[in-house]
Design a protein around this ligand. Structure first.
Ligand SMILES: Nc1ncnc2c1ncn2[C@@H]1O[C@H](COP(=O)(O)OP(=O)(O)OP(=O)(O)O)[C@@H](O)[C@H]1O
Ligand SMILES: [Mg+2]
Length: 289
């Protein structure tokens, strides 16, 4: 989906030097520019993972292509939008950039970056961290697992359960997948200490392999067509020469890696036992295909 950037609001924290913007559909998005300070591949990683997560029915920010015209870029630059790489200020290019939809109107509702451990118990979808654990191992995420927290309607954000239309809950929404595939390296390494939420509060309810479901099975059966669907929507301007073929090869490896996810999780649990205090069974019930 393509939407027009309308109003630049403010710079966000973080290495990509993202900006909060209002867009033509009335929603707010966190904009990451193709010329961001990390790498252009960050946008492709964000795009693919956001689509994959929504396909898995995990609560993740909706990705869009944000159309930034030359005039918009100029007026945004006047308000301070810029990309700084060391001492160099990178020239802004108009075109399609990455947008991550903000779940609620940030002028009216609170959105939190961090949550005290005790408040994690009150999340409607804390179990989505179990799915994210499997996902981040699958895509070899080099970053810690990040999310934002807000009060919203579960009916709108949690797709695999039935909720009353007016019910409101405290929700976690997954963001920032720029360092999936080891970020700009586009590699799938087995690094069991990476890609984790840093506190046991996200995983305390994992007692057995059953608590990884339905996401583990969904990842193992992840369809090639869902990958192709996300891939074909990537704007050609996001690729450097030769990168399309390189990405195809990476995604072929990703498909093969689906069956290894239980083994990756087993390694992860052994590497960071303090994060999984209640995951008791010592026998790995899964084996690689
Ligand atoms: N969809 C979203 N809804 C609400 N806030 C968001 C969303 N996406 C990003 N943010 C906010 O913008 C900040 C920066 O986003 P993000 O973490 O994706 O960027 P980054 O520059 O890659 O960060 P890092 O330095 O962690 O790699 C987040 O900390 C969060 O506060
Ligand atoms: Mg981040």
């Amino acid at each position: 989906m393509i939407v027009d950037a309308v109003e630049p609001i403010r710079k966000m924290r973080g290495g990509a030097q993202a900006w909060l913007v209002r867009a033509g559909d009335g929603c707010y998005y966190v904009l990451k520019l193709l010329q961001n300070a990390q790498h252009s591949r960050i946008l492709i990683n964000e795009w693919l993972c956001s689509h994959f997560l929504l396909h898995l029915q995990l609560c993740a920010a909706q990705p869009v292509l944000l159309n930034c015209t030359r005039e918009w870029m100029e007026s945004a630059a006047d308000l301070g939008l810029h990309v700084q790489r060391g001492t160099e200020q990178v020239p802004l290019q108009p075109g399609l950039h990455f947008g991550s939809r903000v779940p609620v109107d940030p002028n009216r509702e609170s959105i939190y970056d961090f949550l005290p451990d005790a408040a994690m118990d009150g999340l409607e979808n804390r179990s989505h961290y179990h799915g994210m654990l499997a996902f981040d191992q699958w895509v070899s995420n080099a970053d810690t697992r990040q999310s934002v927290y807000f009060r919203g309607r579960p009916r709108e954000f949690l797709r695999d359960a039935v909720y009353a239309p007016t019910a409101v809950s405290f929700l976690a929404m997954m963001i920032d997948h720029g360092y999936a595939f080891q970020g700009p390296d586009w590699r799938l390494d087995d690094l069991p200490r990476q890609g984790l939420y840093p506190r046991p509060s996200a995983y305390v309810a994992i007692r057995s392999w059953d608590d990884l479901e339905p996401w583990l099975s969904r990842i193992q059966g992840f369809s090639e067509s869902a990958i192709d669907e996300a891939l074909k929507q990537i704007p050609s301007t996001w690729y450097a020469a030769g990168e399309e073929r390189e990405l195809e090869r990476l995604l072929e490896q990703l498909l093969r890696r689906r069956q290894r996810v239980p083994d990756l999780l087993h390694a992860c649990r052994l590497a960071r036992p303090e994060l999984f205090p209640n995951w008791r069974s010592t026998v790995a019930v899964w084996t690689s295909a």
